[in-house]
Write a protein that binds this ligand. Structure first.
Ligand SMILES: [Fe+2]
Ligand SMILES: [Fe+2]
Length: 484
C-alpha cells in the first residue's frame, strides 16, 4: 500500500510520551533479538510479552497504534517522539530500519497476538534491505505469513527524494521572484528620481528584507541569479547583484538582520546618482572622453544628494549614504571623488567597493568592454588586495563566492562542460562545488544534470573534477539561462 495513513490518536501528554518511549525501546529489543534468533526461539518470549503489554495499554485509548516516519522523525500517531539520551540508540535503530525498507508507517491494531508480533519482527528484520524493492518484498513476506490487515499493516514511505527537489524548486522560484521584484523596485525609484517625482522607499525596503531572509536561509540560489546580464537594464541588475553580493559578505560577518537590511539598502542604491549620467555615456561602447569621465566621477555625489533627500537624516540613512559616497573611493583612497582630508572608509563602503567592482568586471557593461570570467575577475582583484580593496574583506568575499564562483563555466575531467551551480558548504572543499552539466563530451547540449564534485566513489576517490575554467563569453553561452 502506498497510501499514508491519517494519523490516529493522541495529543501530547506525559503518559503517551512515556508509553511511546517504552514502545520504541521494546520494539527495538525485539528487533535486535529477532536478528539473532528464529521467531519461535524462547529468547523472543519475554521481549514480545513486554511489547504486547505496552501495546495493550495504548489500545485502551485507540484501536490502532501507528508509528509514522516523517523525514527523520518518528511519530506515535501525531505525537513526535522526543529523543532522550537513554532511548536515542533505539529510536535511531527503528528509524533506520524503517527507512532501509522504505516503510513510512507500521500500524498495530487491537487484537494483534503475541505470535503475530513475533513473526512480524522476524520477517521485518530478516528481510535483506540491500536488495531492490524492499517494501514490496516485505509485504509479500507478510502476506505469506498471513500477517495482513487488520492486525498489522505497513505503509510505504512517501517518495522522500522528491521532497528536497520540490523544496529546492520552491526556494529557487522564490529567489527568482525576489530578484525580479528587487529589479522592479530599484528601477521605480531610479526612474522617479530621474523624473523628479515623489519617491517612496517602502517597496525597496520590503524587497531588501526578503533578500536578507533568503540569504540567511541559503545563498547559492541568489548568488546564481547575479549571473543575469541584461544590456537594457544593466544599472538595475547591477544594483541588485551588488546588493546580493554585499549581503553574502555581511552574512559572513555575522551581521544582524537590521544591519544586513542597512547594507542591502546602501548596496541597492549606491549608483542612484547615475540617473544624472546620459544613457549614451553610460552605455558607450568605446572609452570615455575626459569630459565624460568628469561626469561619471560625479555619480557618487549625486547618489548622496538623492539619498539624503529621500531618506532624511537618521542613523541608518547616514550609514547608507556614506556607503554610497565611498563606493568608488577604494580602500587606499586612490579612487574618486577626491577627498580633502584622508580618512578610513566605513565598513559598508569597503564592502560595496569590492562587490561593485566584481560585478562590474564580470558584466558586459561599464569599465571593461569584454567581461571577465568570474575566476579571472577574482584574480585581478586579489592583486589589488590591500591597495584598492580591504584585504580581510577580500578574503571573506572569496570564501563567500568560492574559488569557482557560481556561474563559472568549467571543463570537467569527464570532458563534459558545466556551470558552477552551488558552492560547497565546506570552505575547505571550495574546489569541489556542484556543477550543472550543459554540454556533453560530444558537444551536444546536455540535460542539465547537477553533479556534486565532492561525491566520492566506494574507494574514496572523486570521480569528477574541474580541469580548467572556460570563458563563457567566448563560447557565446548565456550562463544566466541556467539559473532563470
Ligand atoms: Fe558606481
Ligand atoms: Fe556600481
Amino acid at each position: 500500500m502506498t497510501r499514508k495513513p491519517s494519523a490516529h490518536r493522541q495529543g501530547y501528554d506525559e503518559e503517551s510520551a512515556q508509553l511511546g518511549k517504552q514502545l520504541i525501546n521494546q520494539l527495538a529489543i525485539l528487533f535486535k533479538t529477532s536478528q539473532i534468533h528464529d521467531w519461535s526461539n524462547v529468547a523472543l518470549q519475554q521481549p514480545t510479552e513486554n511489547l504486547a503489554r505496552t501495546l495493550n495499554q495504548l489500545f485502551s485509548g485507540d484501536p490502532d497504534v501507528a508509528l509514522n516516519l516523517e523525514g527523520d522523525f518518528l511519530y506515535l500517531g501525531e505525537m513526535k517522539l522526543k529523543i532522550d539520551i537513554d532511548g536515542f540508540n533505539n529510536l535511531m535503530l527503528i528509524t533506520d530500519e524503517m527507512k532501509k525498507r522504505r516503510v513510512g508507517s507500521i500500524i498495530f491494531s487491537r487484537g494483534i497476538s503475541e505470535v503475530e508480533l513475533k513473526r512480524f519482527c522476524f520477517i521485518f528484520t530478516s528481510l535483506d534491505a540491500r536488495l531492490p524493492e524492499p517494501f514490496e518484498r516485505l509485504q509479500e513476506e507478510m502476506e505469506k505469513a498471513h500477517l495482513t490487515n487488520p492486525e498489522i499493516t505497513v505503509y510505504e514511505e512517501k517518495k522522500e527524494r522528491e521532497e528536497p527537489d520540490d523544496l529546492f524548486k520552491d526556494n529557487r522560484e522564490l529567489a527568482k521572484k525576489t530578484y525580479l521584484n528587487t529589479v522592479t523596485a530599484v528601477s521605480e525609484v531610479m526612474e522617479s528620481v530621474k523624473l523628479k517625482q515623489a519617491v517612496s522607499l517602502k517597496r525597496a525596503k520590503r524587497v531588501v528584507q526578503s533578500m536578507v531572509d533568503l540569504i540567511l536561509q541559503e545563498d547559492s540560489t541568489l548568488l546564481g541569479l547575479t549571473n543575469l546580464r541584461s544590456h537594457d537594464e544593466y544599472t538595475y541588475n547591477h544594483s541588485v547583484n551588488v546588493c546580493i553580493l554585499a549581503l553574502a559578505i555581511g552574512q559572513r560577518l555575522g551581521y544582524t538582520k537590521k544591519r544586513l537590511s542597512e547594507l542591502g539598502m546602501a548596496a541597492l542604491f549606491h549608483d542612484l546618482g547615475k540617473y544624472g549620467i546620459p544613457l549614451e555615456v553610460l552605455n558607450k561602447p568605446t572609452d570615455f572622453t575626459e569630459a565624460e569621465w568628469t561626469v561619471m566621477r560625479r555619480h557618487p555625489i549625486f547618489s548622496v544628494k538623492e539619498l539624503v533627500r529621500l531618506k532624511g537624516i537618521n542613523e541608518m540613512s547616514v550609514r547608507v549614504t556614506i556607503g554610497a559616497f565611498e563606493h568608488h573611493l577604494n580602500y587606499d583612497l586612490s579612487g574618486y571623488p577626491k577627498l580633502a582630508n584622508k580618512r578610513r572608509l566605513s565598513l559598508l563602503g569597503r564592502i560595496i567597493c569590492i562587490v561593485d567592482c566584481y560585478d562590474a568586471l564580470t558584466s558586459s557593461r561599464v569599465y571593461n568592454r569584454v567581461p571577465f570570467p568570474p575566476d579571472k575577475a577574482l584574480r585581478f582583484m586579489l592583486n589589488k588586495s590591500g591597495k584598492a580593496f580591504d584585504p580581510i574583506l577580500m578574503k571573506i568575499f572569496v570564501n563567500a563566492i568560492g574559488v569557482y564562483p557560481i556561474g563559472t563555466m568549467v571543463l570537467l575531467n569527464t570532458k563534459e562542460i558545466g556551470i558552477v551551480f552551488a558552492s560547497n558548504p565546506n570552505p575547505e572543499r571550495g574546489d569541489r562545488p556542484k556543477v550543472k552539466i550543459v554540454l556533453k563530451p560530444s558537444g551536444e547540449e546536455a540535460g542539465g544534470e547537477v553533479v556534486d564534485l565532492s561525491d566520492q566513489d566506494e574507494n574514496g576517490n572523486f570521480p569528477c573534477e574541474i580541469v580548467s575554467v572556460i570563458d563563457a563569453t567566448k563560447y557565446k553561452i548565456d550562463v544566466a539561462k541556467y539559473f532563470f
